[in-house]
Design a protein around this ligand. Structure first.
Ligand SMILES: C[S@@+](CC[C@H](N)C(=O)[O-])C[C@H]1O[C@@H](n2cnc3c(N)ncnc32)[C@H](O)[C@@H]1O
Length: 234
């Protein structure tokens, strides 16, 4: 990628669409000053990032969500698992603002936020540091010519296989048939992960411990079918 900040911003814009929506309401903007600095993840100047050191006192495991959107799923997982540290990545400012509100209102001490491209964070994390990773309704980029922008790619799956420890899990959801076919094909081509589905209900029905996301709620309301994929990292 280019080192020019303007070019980087435009590259990110192409990857993720809008970075910024309407101006934030005052209460939400205030949390950017008061709360975000305490829970934001900064890249180390050199070497790997130690995710365990982000949580004080240390927690029993670390889970990652890529593209948390409004943060509903991450907040509910954090509230249900107070002994797990949750790292959420989201590029969209309105999503971060919504997440900050969840953290504030829920008193959630076990969430940390990375505000840039999740791929940068993946590259900075040490091997086998995660017990679980979520990729829920990533931007599908359904047009064939935009396929290179999809998050699921051989390189990102290799990174996730490196980061998720044996016995850990990767969860992916989509409502998009093009992205589903793409994901199934790439996951089948990855030699590390094992698909946990044994019957159709395993991918058609959202598991009880898998909170609904905002995007999923809208998709179901619009009549689209969602698919829930669980992969074991053996
Ligand atoms: C369609 S939305 C879904 C949001 C949420 N997961 C849900 O289900 O409601 C996809 C989100 O992923 C974020 N995103 C996509 N790729 C990302 C990346 N590489 N790093 C950080 N965020 C990413 C986008 O900014 C967007 O908010």
């Amino acid at each position: 990628m280019t080192t020019d900040p303007a070019d980087q911003a435009s590259h990110r814009q192409r990857l993720f669409g809008r970075r910024r929506g309407r101006p934030l309401r005052a209460g939400r903007a205030a949390l950017f000053d008061s709360l975000l600095p305490r829970i934001v993840i900064s890249m180390p100047a050199h070497g790997r990032l130690d995710p365990a050191a982000l949580f004080d006192p240390p927690l029993k495991d670390i889970w990652l969500e890529i593209g948390f959107g409004g943060g509903e799923h991450l907040a509910e997982v954090a509230a249900t698992h107070p002994d797990v540290g949750l790292i959420g990545c989201e590029f969209f400012v309105d999503g971060v603002a919504s997440m900050l509100r969840h953290v504030d209102e829920g008193g959630l001490g076990n969430i940390r936020i990375f505000q840039e491209d999740a791929r940068e964070l993946l590259g900075a994390l040490p091997d086998a540091c995660l017990g679980r990773a979520y990729l829920l309704h990533p931007d599908p980029w359904p047009k064939r010519r935009h396929a290179g922008r999809r998050f699921v790619q051989p390189e990102s799956l290799s990174e996730l296989a490196r980061l998720i420890r044996p016995g850990g899990e990767l969860r992916i959801a989509t409502d998009d048939p093009v992205y589903l076919e793409w994901t199934l094909r790439h996951m089948a081509g990855n030699t590390t992960f094992t698909w946990l589905a044994q019957s159709a209900d395993d991918w058609r029905v959202r598991p009880a411990d898998w909170p609904q996301t905002r995007y999923e709620r809208k998709a179901l309301k619009a009549g689209r079918r969602c698919t829930y994929l669980r992969y074991l990292r053996p």
